[in-house]
Design a protein around this ligand. Sequence first.
Ligand code: MLC
Ligand code: AMP
Length: 517
Amino acid sequence: MNNHNLFTALRAAFPADLDRTAVETADDSTPALSYSWRDLERASAMLANLLDSLGLPPASRIAVQVEKSVEALVLYLATLRAGHVFLPLNTAYQSAEVEYFIGNAEPAVVVCSPSQFGWVSKIAFTAGTRHVFTLSESRTGSLLQRAAPMSDRHTPAVKDQDDLAAIVYTSGTTGRSKGAMLTHGNLRSNAEVLKTYWGWQPDDVLIHALPIFHVHGLFVAIHGALINGSKMFWMSKFSPKLAIRKFSEATVFMGVPTLYTRMLAEPTLTPQQAAPMRLFVSGSAPLLIDTFNDWQARTGHTILERYGMSETAMLTSNPCSADTRFGGATQRRGGTVGFPLPGVALRVMGDEGEAVQPGEIGGIQVRGPNVFKGYWRMPEETAEAFTTDGFFKTGDVGRMDERGYVHIVGRSKDLIISGGYNVYPAEVEGFINELPGVVESAVVGVPHPDFGEVGVALIVARPGAQPNPYQMLALLKTRLANFKVPKRCFVVPELPRNTMGKVQKNLLREQHKNAFT
Ligand code: MLC
Ligand code: AMP
């Protein structure tokens, strides 16, 4: 029987010489550590054996909220290998957020940082999780201790294409997060398409600078390197100076636009320094045309912008080399996210569900082997997200030009993308409205030179109350992931509303558009 376990596809791409370096850490403050392909093979077997020894039901959720480390990468591989479902959680999430995810996903195992064990384990045990392990960025904690005596041989669990590999939570417009269920087939097909479309070379080396709890760092970057048997430089935290230094030993870089703007601020970014590099990829948020042009001028390289989502992995990409489907187009165009990837059907639809004329703006819908299976335990939300003919409604608004390039022009979903992280105003407003002295609030996204876009909060106070904006933001930081906390807060007499009583967020965005520029 054919095993569709994603791990087996990644493992099959490991180089024949397992003693070569697979991952080398790259951090300013600590000496580099080197992990061979054999290390990844053996360590993932040991962790998979540990998971097997727990006697978990098949496809148990393994929730992981840990700092970035190579061991965390190995835990991801081990989860796939043992046939369970990886559930990554942003380390910025606070207790209310973690409580929701654990309550909703009911993981059999939770792995957290040793410093967070107290509150995370309390939440997990209350929700019925039987096993809570710890893992620190410096390789300490109960997870590795428990795995140490385990065998370093393990036969990967047999999986079907349609079996779940991961659940990635995305916030919803109503404020309730939804777990996007991604299958082994979704992730494998996307990794294989990108390997060809981005022309991965046998000697490519990736600078891995992104967090590994979201699609970009976890799937696009890790799968891209592993399925090509490529070495990774592993930065636990992005440092623009160090990334630029590493250009001399690498060939591929992937980042959100903020990473590019931060590197552009470094005088060491020169054409000579960037010369060894082959490919710079940007995604997760709109890349400003100025950043695209400045990067070309400063390095001689043209950034390849692509577009994706947690629910779908990658959907479109600018070409890396000739795309025969589009007349042999090779040009990477700024301000576009390129062509639908091979195998991805993409259409632009009007409000009444009709296809718009070429070049016209509408809602982007997609279908393909990469599109997720649905939202975890949310059949109604899942049904609403798909059309009757099986296309997923992305919530992004765009157009396809006459040459076939897709342009994202906005979003129908009320979403702020800040430094590549998604912030749903409804969720933040819910937390603000519970603060003392607040009647109601509105959160809007405004331009920001570093994060691209950030939230600004407008608060209406209760009669007689005088909420202090700084205290409000400080309080929010104790309850919400810090990247979701608005960067500014203003107390206003009232919120502008239209005749239907709906808050006119476009007016608020206009009023505050220069708050940071
Ligand atoms: C950090 N802060 C942010 C923030 N990141 N605020 C808003 N938006 C963000 N993205 C806060 C910090 O909490 C801190 O707040 C202050 O800003 C300054 O922090 P910093 O030290 O400058 O930030 P840093 O730790 O350097 O992080 C910035 C960053 C990081 C850009 C490196 O945000 C990052 O790695 N972003 C990548 C996100 C990503 O991987 N997205 C992919 C999603 S997948 P304070 O108040 O405590 O000082 C997806 C699908 C697809 O979208 O298509 O790929
Ligand atoms: P997430 O839910 O974190 O997976 O975020 C997915 C969303 O990020 C998409 O629906 C888009 O709105 C946005 N996105 C991803 N890539 C791009 C891009 N290159 N340009 C504009 N928006 C993007």
